[in-house]
Design a protein around this ligand. Structure first.
Ligand code: AHR
Length: 515
């Protein structure tokens, strides 16, 4: 637990001219995989009272809008590495179920490419598609791009038209496989095998549609033995072709090590710096002016080691089984808010990120089949950040005491990120990882600062229990508006002092203008 020996004020310096980069809306993306109940009884449940005429749940879509997600990655995840997309297009009654080996689940193929893309279009979210580079290759990947984006007059585009969709979908962002460095991946490859395949598949996909952007797989996490060498090798094959390299990271409290868990944002920060350094090293060697950016297309709190027994131990199941439906606490939500602080602080190199996942599977939105849909505690910091963060991420200077964690070494007790819009609208996000309240001085020399509204998530100490009542109880206890007048006061030298609750994440909306 963070030491109580550092309740003293941290200092945070803000100026509207110190800008790190534009906040790309795709930073607030999410992810729907054919896994457990993400699709079936998640976004899609024909027969449910809230189902629309296409069988998709309106109550879930409404929560997705409230969450502020502008982009959704699909269809996997590990699932994509054994997916035969052709079997899930065309007349539904002719589609056959298949055994998905990634999650050992019988996939009924009722929702496929067309159903997902049309749902995304109706809901106004951008689709981010992944192709199977596990069991399949160049041909299937290029065919899928043609099916989605091709104009009439070629076989795959004409098949889409025959299936009732005349207009191309115009999918812009494509993942070249998923976690191909992971031995658990169906069709796992070494870096050279994958790098060559990704280069050839990507080349063919771009020949079909030169307007698309490509994400090449980076490491599945920073602990992989091949981390670093993997990035270097795959980029040596794909540097000139791809736009982004992927990062995935999940965090959990292990063995009661709350201090390290609260410092997950610091671990994410170092991970991003190392991937950026690896990509830039490849660029430097090639004397290239091009910068590869990051698609952090899976991130979240996931009790993977401590609660999930591993996919290889799952029995073969059908009918949308409950798989990795983690129930989150206020503490988890504080960590999620803090991970978003890290993402905003890398807005210059991280334009795309996906909270993994969106519904039921390690998700901010939960449903009961035939029942209600509700928000997990993690929903609140995500939705608030997506709503407030606008314009440019500032280069915020944080001078804060550090504490020592068993897993991540020294980490700051206070973290901060801020954005400003052209009209001077400010969003400020602050995490206090200490178990004591701290006072933080916001120095803003040369600028006028106003804090108008605030929202706060505090960690709880209750073990998580299942169900919507629990989520409501945690939200009631941990999530609240901030009475700004009672926590903000003038400080020396024209600074503004803010009091942050113990183990908390706080967002302020206000103004920051020159002068
Ligand atoms: O999000 C759950 C799984 O985590 C994804 O399928 C995989 O890509 C990652 O290991």
């Amino acid at each position: 637990m963070p030491s109580a020996a550092h309740p003293s004020a941290a200092r945070i310096t803000l100026h509207p001219d110190f800008r790190r980069g534009t906040v790309d809306r795709r930073l607030f993306g999410s992810f729907v995989e054919h896994l457990g109940r993400a699709v079936y009884t998640g976004i899609y449940e024909p027969g449910h009272d809230a189902a629309d005429s296409h069988g998709f749940r309106r109550d879930v879509a409404d929560l997705i809008h409230e969450l502020g997600v502008p982009m959704v990655r699909y269809p996997g995840g590990n699932f994509v590495s054994n997916y035969v997309w052709e079997n899930a297009v065309g007349p539904v009654e002719q589609r056959k179920p298949f055994l998905d080996l990634a999650w050992r689940t019988v996939e009924p193929n009722l929702v496929g490419t067309d159903e997902f893309l049309q749902w995304a279009e109706r809901e106004g979210v951008e689709p981010m598609m992944a192709v199977n580079l596990g069991t399949r290759g160049v041909d299937a990947a290029a065919a899928l791009v043609e099916y989605c984006n091709g104009e009439a007059g070629t076989s795959w585009a004409d098949l889409r038209i025959a299936h009732g969709r005349a207009e191309p979908y115009g999918v812009k962002l494509w993942c070249l496989g998923n976690e191909m460095d992971g031995p658990w991946q169906i069709g796992h490859k070494d870096a050279h095998e994958y790098g060559k395949l990704a280069a050839e598949a990507g080349k063919a996909m771009k020949l079909v549609d030169p307007s698309i952007s490509l994400v090449v797989c980076g490491s599945s996490n920073m602990q992989m033995d091949t981390f670093g060498a993997w990035e270097r090798t795959v980029l040596s094959y794909t540097y000139d072709l791809v736009d982004h390299i992927s990062m995935h990271a999940y965090y959990e409290e292990l063995g009661g090590d709350r201090a390290s868990f609260l410092a997950s944002g610091t671990a994410m920060d170092r991970f991003i710096d190392r991937v950026v350094a690896s990509a830039d090293a490849v660029g430097a060697e090639r004397r290239s002016d091009k910068k590869i950016t990051i698609s952090f297309d899976e991130w979240n709190v996931w009790y993977n080691e401590s609660r999930f027994g591993g996919e290889e131990n799952l029995p073969i199941q059908r009918d949308a089984p409950r798989i990795i439906e983690d129930v989150y606490s206020g503490l988890d939500a504080v960590v999620v808010g803090d991970l978003m602080v890290t993402l905003l602080n890398h807005a210059d190199r991280v334009p795309v990120a996906c909270l993994a996942q969106l519904v039921n599977v390690i998700a901010p939105i939960m449903t009961e089949p035939g029942g209600e849909a509700w928000r997990q505690p993690t929903f609140h910091p995500f939705a608030t950040t997506a709503r407030l963060a606008r314009g440019s991420a500032l280069d915020v200077r944080v001078d804060a005491p550090t504490y020592t964690t068993p897993r991540h070494g020294d980490a700051p007790l206070v973290t901060a990120a801020a954005t400003v819009d052209d009209d001077g609208t400010l969003a400020l996000f602050l995490t206090n990882r200490s178990d004591q309240a701290v006072e933080v001085d916001l120095a803003h020399a040369g600028a006028t600062l106003g804090l108008a509204e605030g929202w706060q998530m505090v960690a709880d100490h209750e073990p998580a229990v299942e169900g919507p009542e629990h989520a409501a109880k945690v939200a009631e206890a941990c999530w609240s508006g901030v009475d700004v007048a009672s926590v903000v006061a003038p400080a020396q030298g024209g600074a503004t002092r803010v009091r942050l609750a113990p183990e908390s994440w706080t967002a302020f909306a206000g103004t920051l203008a020159r002068g």
